[in-house]
Design a protein around this ligand. Sequence first.
Ligand SMILES: Nc1ncnc2c1ncn2[C@@H]1O[C@H](COP(=O)(O)OP(=O)(O)OP(=O)(O)O)[C@@H](O)[C@H]1O
Length: 259
Amino acid sequence: MRTTRAGSRRPAETAVTSPDAVRLDAVSKEYGSPKQRVRALDAVTASFGRGTFTAVMGPSGSGKSTLLHCAAGLDRPTSGRVMLGDTELSGRSETELTELRRDRIGFVFQAYNLIGALSVADNVTLPVRLAERSVEPARLSEVLAAVGLAEFRDRRPSQLSGGQQQRVAIARALVTRPDLVCADEPTGALDSRSSRQVLALLRRIVDEFGQTVLMVTHDPVAAAQADRVLFLADGRLAGELHRPSAEQVAERMTHLGER
Ligand SMILES: Nc1ncnc2c1ncn2[C@@H]1O[C@H](COP(=O)(O)OP(=O)(O)OP(=O)(O)O)[C@@H](O)[C@H]1O
């Protein structure tokens, strides 16, 4: 196995100069057959600066997950352009997109997606090892300490609470020092205390490690942790708030048609 540090290999052509971790230019996404078209995103332009925390909110079906998936190269826009730093995602092969996601994007989902038979430490390093690379022991210790799970490194996921499992998923997302951390409803399955811990952790990885977080959520309390909240309605941007309170987020959501 090669000992290249995870995330350290980057083609010269992608030397980073953009201040944005990711940028969407007039991104539209349509699903379905020509007869039954759904326009999930409609010419959305948005940029996500490095070291910032953005939440995306909107009514069900407004396009939040589609935006996240297009930003992360999980889904291809029908038109428009997505830039990950200085790397344009359109026109890339599936293999190239897979490698870009693996090396430069961390994912946190509502379901923690941990492997039950593996220890915490092995879950955190698995994606890197699957790419036939290794994680430096110091980096593993660093991310486990950062998420407060240093002493749980040998446990199995079933021996952890939901909040702890989500923190393992966050450690896994961070281990490559990604350019972007995408979180889709990261607190959706958690009780309020665990939610608070996970949100505080996402806030801390931005403030202390300079990570960039893009989070989709239904929860105004979660959104209020972000530097900026983008609102979507019917696939279009419908305003934004900077450093809002949960009440301000909830109030704006009411005007978008959701309590
Ligand atoms: N793979 C797909 N095939 C067809 N339509 C899709 C697909 N994915 C999403 N859509 C449609 O695109 C629109 C936006 O979906 P999306 O999941 O992005 O919304 P959302 O705001 O994340 O919703 P929710 O809050 O309910 O998760 C919806 O009308 C949805 O039905």
